[in-house]
Ligand binder design. Structure first.
Ligand code: CA
Length: 229
């Protein structure tokens, strides 16, 4: 049984109760807050492993809560899964760039929410591969030292940027990254690259990877993700 502590910040009582009930049944201990202010206070006091954070809150909204959590050394390491409404893609992007781990659009099934929470907690406990480690997944072998990629034993010729994007995404399977986060990881902050150029790079990368290109998934309105194994 899991022992993690989860805080749910949600002003809609029925959603709060649905989430609380399902998490408790799964063995998590659960704290609840119905406003951003109360949620922040509980987060500082109880230091949960993960926060389920509704974005649309009266008063201090979810994005502001996320920003404050990530700005405070006491709470910056707490994982955040955002609950979002239709049409909030821009807010999802902002939340991810602030450091939220994942998001789930409403309405959602408790089963899917539990799966997302488990995945985020699993990634949290799993260390990232060392920068020099050879990655092997989905029949792909990615060697960052020799800068080589093969799919099913066949070598693939990639540009420097394509390689770095692939290596960045494949090091973190299951994570959704915004275009800005990808640019930042691949070029560093000083390099001015337009969002669209990430799309062009990914399109080229997928084409060269052939059948394996499908493992780089487009997350509509948000960014890209490497499929989890
Ligand atoms: Ca709400």
């Amino acid at each position: 049984m899991p022992r993690e502590h989860i805080l749910v910040i949600e002003d809609e009582e029925d959603v709060l109760e649905l989430v609380r009930y399902n998490l408790a049944r799964e063995g998590y201990t659960v704290g609840c807050a119905e406003s951003g202010e109360a949620g922040l206070e509980l987060a500082r006091r109880e230091h949960p492993d993960l926060i389920v954070l509704d974005l649309m809150l009266p008063g201090l909204d979810g994005l502001e809560v996320c920003r404050l959590l990530k700005a405070d050394p006491l709470t910056e390491d707490i994982s955040v899964v955002m609950l979002t409404a239709r049409g909030e893609e821009a807010d999802i992007v902002t939340g991810l760039e602030m450091g939220a781990d994942d998001y789930l659009p409403k309405p959602f099934s408790p089963r899917v929410l539990l799966a997302r929470i488990k995945a985020v907690l699993r990634r949290r406990s799993r260390a990232l591969p060392d920068p020099g480690d050879v990655l092997k997944l989905h029949g792909m072998v990615i060697d960052p030292v020799r800068h080589k990629v093969s799919v099913g034993g066949r070598d693939i010729d990639l540009t420097h940027t394509e390689f770095r994007i692939l290596h960045f995404l494949a090091s973190r399977p299951g994570w959704v990254f915004t275009r800005y986060q990808i640019i930042d990881a691949v070029h560093g902050e000083t390099h001015a690259v337009l969002d669209r150029s990430v799309d062009v790079q990914i399109a080229g990368l997928r084409k060269k990877l052939g059948e394996a290109g499908k493992y780089i998934e487009t997350v509509r309105g948000v960014g890209y993700r490497f499929r989890e194994t």
